[in-house]
Design a protein around this ligand. Sequence first.
Ligand SMILES: [Zn+2]
Ligand SMILES: [Zn+2]
Length: 138
Amino acid sequence: MDQAPKKPKPSGRELQRHLNTPLECKVCHVMLNRRRDGYYQCPSCNGLYKDNLMIAKEYLMNNPDASIEEIVEGTNIPEETLIFFIDNDMITIPDTNKNFSVCKNCGRIIIAGRYCNNCAIYTFNRLQKIINGEHDFD
Ligand SMILES: [Zn+2]
Ligand SMILES: [Zn+2]
């Protein structure tokens, strides 16, 4: 099998939904500032807040062998959001984590099965073209 084309970048709105960005300090009710390291800080009390990406990254740092179910349970982040982060290379699952699979085509980390969504769709489209007689063996 050959390389499937790169997935298009997610829309800003989709990204925002998954990040669930904290907006204001729960104590002072003022707008938070986003720091370079990804934390959100209250300018008034210096309280620190995290978005879903940061929470997932921290959890994986402390639990590098966690399964997807364990991450969901430990972080309260929906599975759909975790898959979104993994699919878009926003979080890295360590190679040593045996709870995840690797796509047989591109080597990307996947939850289960043999191929990532991207490669599965690409392969399916190619097969359909071949079946329809539109050969594109390049
Ligand atoms: Zn505050
Ligand atoms: Zn793949």
